[in-house]
Ligand binder design. Structure first.
Ligand SMILES: C[S@@+](CC[C@H](N)C(=O)[O-])C[C@H]1O[C@@H](n2cnc3c(N)ncnc32)[C@H](O)[C@@H]1O
Length: 201
């Protein structure tokens, strides 16, 4: 684990963060503006990076917990919360390895953006188990998946079929579409999904 943590810390320390869009991914905002958006609730952003999606969900009155294990990522996210004057009131950070979290039945919703493709593919079922455990019954899993056919990584390739395969046992898919407002570098290679927890284990 130390090696993988060092890997991510080194990327942040050297400002080698090519995944970072410098802002939230637009499909999340489009969703939050839509009639399908869920109501503000207690939400975790997993692998939150520099906290862009955390800020977006705060804009829409969600309570947000940004989770990441990289020092600079969490510092930058915390600084954004502090600048808004909401740190530790409606916005929280957890600096921890996602796979070691012990937060059972804690969140009404979880947000995913380029975290699943960042982890070792061998950990994908463990990822599903962790998301399931962290959500309250009937909780929402709101995700923007970077779809690509690529074996090495990170980012490791993810196909649409894999998304359905990994999550269909525990979740009902309420929305699943290819966004029209992806970042130009990811146009037509993303899938936006909103899933609802149907079965814990
Ligand atoms: C590709 S970045 C995505 C960051 C952010 N979601 C975004 O889209 O800008 C992946 C993030 O996951 C974090 N990460 C990777 N493995 C992790 C783990 N096991 N536990 C917690 N965070 C992890 C990294 O530190 C990094 O910030």
């Amino acid at each position: 684990m130390t090696d993988i943590l060092n890997f991510w810390n080194t990327l942040y320390e050297s400002s080698n963060t090519p995944w970072d869009l410098s802002t939230y991914a637009t499909p999340f905002k489009t969703y939050l503006e839509s009639p399908y958006a869920i109501k503000p609730c207690k939400t975790a952003v997993i692998g939150c990076g520099n906290g862009h999606e955390c800020e977006l969900f705060l804009d829409y009155n969600f309570s947000v917990t940004g989770i990441d294990f990289a020092d600079i990522a969490i510092q930058n996210t915390a600084a954004k919360f502090a600048a808004r004057g909401v740190y530790n009131t409606s916005a929280f950070t957890i600096k921890e390895d996602f796979f070691k979290l012990d937060l059972e039945n804690e969140f009404d919703a979880i947000v995913e953006h380029t975290f699943f493709c960042a982890i070792n593919p061998k950990l994908r079922y463990e990822y599903v188990r962790k998301v399931v455990s962290m959500l309250k019954p009937n909780g929402y899993f709101i995700a923007l998946w970077w779809i690509m056919d690529k074996e090495d990584g990170p980012p490791f390739g993810v196909t649409q079929g894999q998304i359905f395969k990994f999550f269909q046992n525990n979740f009902d898919f309420e929305l699943a579409y290819i966004p029209k407002d992806s970042h130009p570098s990811r146009f037509n290679s993303e899938l936006f999904t909103v899933m609802r927890l149907a079965k814990k284990f």
